[in-house]
Ligand binder design. Structure first.
Ligand code: FES
Length: 87
């Protein structure tokens, strides 16, 4: 049973890594980086700008970053909570 759990965890980790999406092309910021930053307390667009540089160049990512920020604040990613608890 333990081996199955480890396998499933690794499978989930693989998909999580593979599904990263660039939100801010100008600064190479992914959705995962934004999620992690929000979960660490960077819970406003201004704080994300300071931390990651998101939306500091052309600004086309601003709305997407804001939507992702609101999504994470409303419903934190259980996967990242498990990872941070295990660390
Ligand atoms: S895509 Fe984010 S500043 Fe240009």
């Amino acid at each position: 049973m333990r081996i199955v759990r480890i396998f499933l965890f690794n499978l989930l980790l693989t998909f999580q890594v593979a599904l990263n999406m660039y939100v801010c092309i100008c600064n190479s910021v992914t959705d995962r980086q934004i999620r992690e930053a929000v979960e660490k307390g960077h819970d406003t667009l201004g704080k994300l700008r300071s931390e990651l540089g998101v939306s500091t160049c052309c600004g086309k990512c601003k709305e997407c970053a804001r939507n992702l920020l609101n999504e994470v604040v409303a419903e934190p990613d259980c996967f990242n909570l498990v990872l941070s608890a295990a660390a």
